[in-house]
Design a binder for this molecule. Structure first.
Ligand code: FHN
Length: 446
């Protein structure tokens, strides 16, 4: 399936997000809190496989990490005053949305508010927002509209912790500083009020990407309540597992028995093969989440390998860029994203709208499947001889190299043997399509 087919799904998803109902409730835990509703449909998101993550705010003026450099590399008073100088006059949301499309991305997640508390939209609940900067323009509105014009589903990252807000107890990572008179109930009402602004004024949103849940003031109960609240405002919005307390560190999986929202969130790594619960790896294109001058940037090889190993694990990749204080995405980062898009133009059928497996990831590479086809992403050929994979119950009726080229596949009870002449192998990832005599989805992982 070419990306354009997925986009055919996505605009409908983007438009339909407001109407989808709720598929039902998650199984209530015996004697526990009431069941929480599950989203109607994650398929637009799983089919998209690749999204753009954007970490941006006045901190880009300093080129240090958003949130985390407040009170570290940048004194708190200076950090909290940066907004007075924030005037990204070259910001053009259409450029960002077009770049996401050219990169083969189906959705975009913007930091509406990070841990530093600054809001990229004119909130009625605080003055610490874009309206009080020299720039004044509503970044969230412009980007939401530009995304919809490009068929990109617009989504919001929103931090639960807020190291600046007087009602949130902690004033810095790990609670080294504490607010004098915090009030978590009042802060939670503020949090909900801002989410209502985002969902009702900028929605329908594809995803609410929560973060900053790990600190002591936030609880499982508040998380489940917030999930219900968001779902009540927009039944179709997808909510990640960082809404509550179940996330297990950077592995991003949800602890047994904990509430995990709609999907898991591995960070700065590719998630494990996990076909029974949706997941998405969030990974930076450079090293820092927010813009940093001369930051090290991943090669195209690293980006493609990361994307296909996410897909092979049955997960998504949310690839992050940090725009500059001018409002532009750095040219070299934009070029890298376009290179990814160019690779996907040829190989997208082996990524978009696929599921992971049936061959489990290994040193050799990984596999995806859709309909009656299994795709092999061969990232490393055996030093000698053919690639030998486990046997398949279905008969292979054809084998080919995606993008052109001959491939040979022979089967026996002992296994599946794949041969591709060196001249038909591709740099980074040789993608093979094995056409089967029946649906690939019925094949168990092996
Ligand atoms: O502290 C944040 C960090 O700044 C960034 O937003 C990442 C993205 O997932 N999440 C937190 C670190 O786990």
């Amino acid at each position: 399936m070419k990306r354009r087919d997925v986009l055919r799904i996505l605009p409908a998803a983007a438009g339909g997000l407001a109407v989808a109902g709720v598929a039902g409730a998650s199984p209530a835990r015996a004697g526990s809190r009431p069941a929480v509703p599950l989203p109607a449909d994650l398929s637009w998101w799983r089919d998209a496989r690749l999204g753009m993550f954007v970490h941006w705010g006045p901190v880009s003026l300093r080129g240090t990490e958003i949130g985390w450099s407040r009170g570290r590399e940048v004194p708190v008073e200076e950090y909290d005053a940066l907004y007075r100088r924030f005037d990204p006059s070259f910001f053009d949301a259409r450029d960002w949305a077009r770049l996401a499309k050219d990169a083969g991305m189906g959705y975009l997640v913007l930091t509406t508010k990070h841990h530093d508390g600054f809001c990229l939209w004119p909130s009625g609940l605080t003055d610490y927002d874009i309206a009080t900067t020299p720039f004044r323009r509503d970044v969230v509105r412009e980007l939401a509209d530009a995304c919809r014009d490009q068929g990109i589903v617009f989504c919001a990252y929103h931090s639960i912790c807020d190291w600046r807000h007087p009602d949130y107890p902690l004033g810095s990572p790990g609670g080294k500083t504490r607010k004098p008179a915090p009030d978590m109930d009042r802060y939670t009402a503020y949090l909900k009020g801002q989410l209502a602004e985002l969902l009702q004024s900028y929605g329908p949103l594809g995803i609410l990407w929560f973060d900053g849940e790990w600190e002591e003031p936030w609880t499982e109960e508040r998380g489940e309540d917030l999930y219900r609240y968001c779902r009540s405002l927009q039944p179709s919005v997808i909510v990640n597992n960082r809404v509550a307390k179940g996330r297990q560190d950077m592995a991003g999986t949800t602890a047994a028995g904990a509430f995990g929202g709609d999907y898991d969130t591995p960070e700065q790594r590719v998630g494990r093969f996990q076909p029974d619960r949706p997941w998405e790896s969030c990974i930076t294109l450079c090293e820092q989440w927010a813009w940093k001058p001369d930051d090290a940037m991943k090669t195209l090889d690293e980006c493609v390998r990361t994307l296909v190993t996410c897909a092979g694990g049955d997960g998504n990749l949310l690839l992050n860029v940090g725009p500059m204080p001018t409002g532009e995405i750095e040219a070299r980062q934009a070029d890298r994203l376009r290179e990814i898009g160019s690779w996907l133009k040829t190989h997208g059928e082996a990524v978009y709208a696929t599921r992971g497996g049936p061959f489990l990831p290994g040193e050799w590479g990984t596999s995806t499947h859709r309909e009656r086809s299994v795709y092999l992403h061969v990232l490393r050929w055996p030093a000698q001889g053919p690639l030998v994979l486990p046997a398949l119950e279905r008969r292979i009726v054809a084998a080919s190299v995606v993008g052109g080229g001959r491939a040979e596949a022979t089967q026996s009870a002992a296994g599946t043997v794949v041969r591709v002449a060196p001249e038909n192998r591709r740099p980074i990832d040789t993608v093979l399509r094995l056409d089967l005599d029946g649906p690939a989805g019925t094949l168990a992982p092996r």
